[in-house]
Design a protein around this ligand. Structure first.
Ligand code: SAM
Length: 247
């Protein structure tokens, strides 16, 4: 991918603008974060799940360890108790959430694939937090529609983490905005989509990256214009946009 920070003599690079405080400049710096602040604090069960997942052919899908740590801290900061996760895979972000929630915390976990969840399940059980999880196998959208039709679910979630089919993110948002409570948070994952959002049109992108790119671009625009939420797009992992419901 072409570098996006470079300027020219006539036009200063964005990086040099006043107030630009991006610090992450290299893989080595990222590795430094992992080794200094993340891995030493990673719970044993999450380390085990990360290592098991690394052997799986689709391991690219897993949430990164630094993002797992971020989610854990965020959930504690907002005192989340009732949460939802769309897109479980082997359960790294799910385990992070389950460990962060209080004893009476709950996670509604949705994924079309139970098989991958079952790779992580023994580790989640061993960690003693499986009882907090209500896993439902199947596409998320129809289940969200069922919840939308039941007033009891409206405004009932403190936190919702969305990490599944990017082409449905806007459809999810239309429903989740009613399901999250006012003051609650929705986190949309992968909103920087491999950096492909700013790649030139002829950049050699993997097929799936190219396919989903336009959906992510559309989502980012829509979130930025949505007055019902306050947002913050963070360059953690593949980018996560936090949306706090205002009304
Ligand atoms: C990026 S992975 C999730 C990673 C996970 N959060 C973690 O920490 O490892 C995306 C997941 O979304 C699931 N998925 C894809 N389409 C879905 C849909 N329509 N409804 C629910 N889950 C879906 C996939 O089966 C896959 O497990």
């Amino acid at each position: 991918m072409a570098a996006v920070n470079g300027g020219s003599e006539s036009q200063p690079a964005k990086h040099q603008e006043v107030g630009h405080k991006s610090l992450l400049q290299s893989d080595a710096l990222y590795q430094y974060i992992l080794e200094t602040s993340v891995y030493p604090r990673e719970p044993e069960s999450m380390k085990e799940l990360r290592e098991v997942t690394a052997k799986h052919p689709w391991n690219l899908m897993t949430t990164s360890a630094d993002e797992g740590q971020f989610l854990s801290l965020l959930l504690k900061l907002i005192n989340a108790k009732n949460t939802m996760e769309i897109g479980v895979y082997t359960g790294y972000s799910l385990l992070s959430t389950a460990l962060a929630l209080p004893d009476d915390g709950k996670i509604l976990a949705l994924d079309i694939n139970r098989e991958n969840y079952e790779i992580g399940l023994p580790i989640i059980e061993k960690a003693g937090v499986a009882y907090k999880i209500d896993f439902r196998e199947g596409p998320a959208l129809p289940l969200l529609d069922q919840m939308i039709n039941d007033e009891n679910f409206h405004g009932s979630f403190d936190f919702i983490f969305v990490d599944a089919d990017k082409d449905n993110y806007l459809n999810y948002h239309k429903r989740l905005i009613d399901l999250v409570k006012i003051g609650g948070v929705i986190g949309y994952d992968n909103t920087l989509w491999n950096g492909s959002l700013v790649a030139p049109p002829d950049a050699p992108l993997r097929k799936y990256v190219r396919y989903y790119r336009d959906f992510v671009l559309e989502l980012n625009k829509a979130l930025a214009m949505d007055p019902r939420i306050e947002i913050c797009q963070l360059p953690v992992g593949d980018g996560i946009t936090l949306c706090r419901r205002v009304y």
